[in-house]
Design a protein around this ligand. Structure first.
Ligand code: T4K
Length: 370
């Protein structure tokens, strides 16, 4: 490959559309603090995601940190280690203890059969992850949460625009966090949102992302600064005009991957869940070296030799990070551990040329035949 192929590539709207909106900022000189574009995006996303309530943030991570704070959680929070650093850090940075549940080997989301035995009298919430856009077992999680009176906050960083049984994915649980980072299906450069069921949370989230300011003379919670600015909001408004096209193009790429790699011994691809409208956010490929003949790492290196940069999302597990040394035992999540050593996310973005997808598949298939 002459040109580097990275795991993803940000989608950008036509520059004229972006500049036109930007020009108006030079008139108003209103750059941030819940400006007009911020509010317009909030409204448009409420419709697009088909949710009751939404609050925008400067990034997904702070959104998650602050919704956890807003819910006044205490003690222990059940989550999974097969995720980006953000999920675990958001729990820990709130002074809470993450309790790691293993994942389901079919879709890499939290294993609902293993949640109950982790619940103690200190558990206050479950933070499951719709990893790669694979939707968690929402119905079972809801049952468990009800039975034990636990809050549920979904890390839906990867699930933008998805629906499950025709319901916007942000409607499940007490709240969901979406990421609008440059690497996501929908981006606002950096950015994120919380969708939530209890409308009373709206005022609290607003305050928390704005230093806890109540009015000009009262500050009544220890808040942060996590407001989405107008430049981000403009990027979001422009990108939103192309979102369906974006997802459709991703789908085409995924279909090629599925067709070429779907029936190969030693390679596994997650099945699309019944009832899910997918956004085709990531393409994770699971490599069983004992059957395929080469390891995930070898495939990754061989692709690199050809200037193709797949990524080992999510390796290593968050419960093995140096910053959590000796605090958790990765062997308590054996399925997550196994998958983290075998998973490779292949390049996927709307304008990835089909011939590159074919080349990637051919390189992988050739390795397996050796
Ligand atoms: N929860 C989950 C489950 C998440 O996956 C994430 C973020 C979060 C929470 C937190 O949400 P945010 O606070 O980020 O909104 C990237 C992203 O930075 C991160 O947002 C994302 N997950 C994670 C899965 O991927 P890195 O360290 O892999 O990023 P980086 O810089 O290596 O970029 C990956 C590839 O993306 C590059 O090879 C090329 C492409 N890229 C990157 C940037 C920065 C672009 O095309 N344009 C760009 O501007 O974390």
């Amino acid at each position: 490959m002459n040109k580097q192929i990275l795991v993803t590539r940000s989608s950008l709207p036509p520059i004229e559309e972006f500049s036109e909106k930007l020009a108006s900022i030079w008139d108003s000189a209103w750059l941030t603090n819940m400006g007009k574009y911020h509010n317009e995006l909030e409204e448009k996303l409420t419709n697009y995601l088909d949710v009751k309530n939404i609050s925008l943030f400067v990034n997904g991570h702070l959104a998650l940190e602050l919704v956890i704070q807003a819910m006044n959680l205490t003690g222990e929070v059940i989550t999974t280690p097969f995720t980006f650093a953000s999920t675990t850090h958001a729990i820990v940075r709130n002074g809470l203890t993450p309790v790691f549940c293993d994942i389901d080997e079919n879709d890499y989301t939290i294993d609902v059969n293993k949640i109950e035995k982790l619940i103690t009298n200190k558990t206050s919430a479950i933070v499951p992850v719709h990893v790669y856009g694979n939707i968690c077992n929402i119905n079972e999680i809801e049952k468990i949460a009800k039975k034990y009176n636990l809050k549920v906050i979904y890390d839906a960083a990867h699930a933008f625009g998805e629906t499950y049984e025709n319901v916007g994915i942000g409607n499940f649980g007490d709240a969901s966090m979406f990421s609008f980072h440059a690497t996501k299906v929908f981006n606002t450069i950096e950015g994120g949102a919380i969708t939530f069921s209890d409308e009373k949370l709206k005022a609290q989230l607003y305050k928390l992302k704005n230093f806890g300011i109540n009015d000009e003379t009262t500050v009544d919670v220890v808040g942060s600064n996590a407001k989405m600015n107008e430049f981000q909001a403009i990027m979001g408004l422009c990108n939103l005009n192309y979102i369906e096209e974006e997802i459709e193009k991703r789908k085409k790429i995924v279909m090629i991957y599925r067709e070429k790699l779907g029936n190969i011994k030693g390679l596994s691809i997650c099945n699309e869940k019944k009832g899910l409208k997918s956004n085709y956010a990531y393409f994770p490929l699971l490599v069983d070296e004992n059957i395929f003949g080469v390891t995930r790492d070898e495939i990754c290196e061989k692709l690199k030799d050809k200037n193709i940069y797949a990524r080992k999302y999510f390796y290593p597990l968050t419960n093995s990070f140096d910053c959590y040394k000796n605090e958790y035992n990765v062997n308590e999540t054996p399925c997550a551990l196994k998958i983290s050593h075998r998973i490779l996310t292949l390049p996927l973005y709307a304008n990835l040329p089909e011939e590159v997808v074919n080349t990637i598949c051919d390189i992988i298939l050739k390795l397996g035949k050796k």
